[in-house]
Every structure is written in C-alpha cells, then in structure tokens.
Design a protein around this ligand. Structure first.
Ligand code: 8YV
Length: 328
C-alpha cells in the first residue's frame, strides 16, 4: 500500500460522527442522499480499496466478480453478512468483516419488546386508544396471554440469543434453546436453560419462540409451514434475525387461521416489502428492521467498521473477519 490514504466507499448515510471520522482517516466517499445503490451503480462507484456496505446492498457472486480489482476489503456495517456471497468474496481475494458484539443488547431489547407487545396486544391497544372508539373497561376486554412462567424456545443461542435469555429470565420465563453446539455449562446453569438437540421436539413444547440464528443456506425456511404448524396454537413467534428463516407466507396463513396465537417481527423475506396478508393481521406486531437502531448502537457499529479498516490497511488481521464456513 502507498502512503496515500486508502479510498473508502460508504454505500448509505451513517451517523454524522462516524462519517466525519471516516473522512479524517481515509479518502472517503459518502452517500449524502442515502439512496440505496443498484448493483450497477455500486459497481460503477466501487473504484476504491474498501467498500462499506449495509444489509441493503446485495453483494452476489456476479456483483463481486464485476468489482474493480483494487477492492480488497468489504467492511460491512452490520453483523449479518447473508447479503454478501462470502465464498465468492474469498475466491476474489476480498476480506470481509462485520460488526459483532456492539448490537447484541439493542437487538435483545427489541426482541423483548416484540415478545411482550404481541401477547399483551400493545399495538392493537394503541390503535384502539387513538381511534376514539374505545368504549371502556370490561372484565373480558382485550385479553392477551401471560408471559411470566411460560416456556421460551430460542433458536440460535449465540450472543443475541443468550442476551434474550438473560432478559427473559427477568420476566420469569423458563429458557429452552436449540443450537448446533451446547453453550458452556456455566451459562446453561446461570440461565437454568434446557438444550434441545432436536429442533422439532423443542418447537412442539414451547409457548414462545425467538429466532436468533443467522440466515444461511441451512437456515432458509428453517421455520417451514410444517414446523410452524407443529407449534402449539397458543404459541407466539418472534423474529429479529432474518426474514428468510421463516416461511413468511405460511406464517401469515397460520396466524390468520389461528394455528398460532401471534407474532412479533422485525425482519421480512423481501424487505422493505411486507406482504398484505401479514400487514392486515391484528395478531402480528410488525417493526421495520429496528433491531440495532439506537444512536449508541449505530455509532458503535461505525467504530467497529473503522477499526476493521484501519487494522486491515495497516497490514494486520482485522478483528472481525468473517469466513465462508462461519455459521455466525
Ligand atoms: C443492521 C442487522 O442495522 O446487523 C445486522 O445484521 O440486521 C441490523 O441490525 C443492518 O444489518 C445494517 O447493515
């Protein structure tokens, strides 16, 4: 690398403090309009050493193949990297990094918000309270389901899944989880968590399900129609991971038919599109991908992006490198 500052292309508008520091450290091109870039626009603009994309940039094998040869690092702003073809990036000699750890607590908080909102009918209640049509309290009015004492099944017990479990313990839920690997015995003991080797067995016994695993080719439609229908009809499902993990059309059908009690969703299969069949349901609480959307979280994500770029351009191994085999 020459003594010139490395050039960095940032595809979306980031918090101002991060953009200022990126401009100080590197030869940075920002996206002040915040318009999402098409694949063609991204390829045309990517004459740089480092690309800083987000979940809205689809870095498929053909897109990666068409990038100028000087691109050597993709420092993703976000932890999930399912929008980047990691194998194709590796084959092209591009290093990929993400931003783990710094959005764990925020995402777990939003998971709990959805987990509480759906059974306690918070959003439905808010709509009624604002409508002016509320006729007053009655003993059987707007009854939901109790959270306390219920069984929560966490699918994917990584950083975020564990943070959800800690919070759910505070709401007196019992913790169950399915993960390829069992978590450390001390963590299991602290959370009084039960490991289910068999996902199907766990699903059939839970009152609440929280999806906290990454989206990979193995987890696409992990919650298939068959599995959704194997849940108890009083069960609620919460997803703050990736929309593709649940068969969204099947979920809408199950919710409409009463095969499931409700859902709290932050992510969707075809963002920002959300199917009408889901949008019209009262028993689905829908958030627009807000998992890490706190000022603190987004600054911390930007910090990790800069640490990854800086270490890489200084000739060191960036701390948050992701490899194709990583399940996350
Ligand atoms: C981010 C997320 O906001 O980090 C992730 O994987 O899902 C979100 O919280 C988004 O991905 C930023 O690129």
């Amino acid at each position: 690398m020459t003594t010139e500052k490395p050039s960095v292309l940032v595809t979306r508008k980031l918090p101002q403090a991060i953009e200022i520091r990126l401009m100080e450290l590197f030869e940075t091109r920002l996206n002040p309009t915040d318009e999402p870039m098409s694949a063609e626009a991204l390829i045309a603009a990517a004459d740089c050493d480092v690309l800083v994309p987000t979940v809205t940039d689809k870095l498929t094998a053909p897109v990666l193949g068409a990038l100028p040869g000087r691109v050597k690092l993709i420092a993703n702003f976000g932890v999930g990297v399912d929008h980047i073809d990691l194998a194709a990036a590796t084959a092209r000699g591009i290093v990929v990094t993400n931003t783990p750890g710094v959005l764990t607590e925020d995402t777990a908080d939003l998971t709990m918000a959805l987990l509480l909102s759906a059974p306690r009918r918070m959003v439905e209640g808010d709509r009624l309270a604002r409508s002016g049509e509320w006729v007053g309290w009655t003993p059987t009015f707007m009854m939901g389901h109790r959270v306390s004492g219920k069984r929560l099944g966490i699918v994917g017990m990584g950083r975020i899944g564990t943070a959800v479990a800690r919070r759910a313990r505070g709401f007196s839920m019992s913790i169950h989880y399915h993960n390829r690997r069992r978590v450390h015995r001390e963590v299991e003991a602290e959370l009084e968590a039960t490991w289910w080797e068999d996902l199907d067995q766990m699903l059939a016994h839970m009152d609440f399900i929280s999806i906290n695993c990454p989206h990979t080719s193995e987890t696409r439609h992990l919650l298939s129609e068959k599995r959704l229908r194997s849940l108890q009809p009083h069960a609620y499902i919460v997803n703050t991971a990736r929309g593709e993990i649940i068969d969204e059309a099947a979920l809408a059908r199950c919710l409409a038919e009463g095969a499931l009690a409700g859902a709290g969703l932050d992510v969707y299969e075809r963002e920002p599109e959300i199917g009408e069949s889901l949008r019209r349901l009262d028993n689905a609480v829908l958030a627009p991908h807000l998992g890490s959307a706190t000022r603190e979280g987004r600054i911390a994500m930007g910090e990790r992006v800069m640490i990854n770029i800086k270490t890489f351009v200084d000739g060191h191994a960036p701390p948050d490198r992701v490899f194709p085999a990583d399940g996350l």
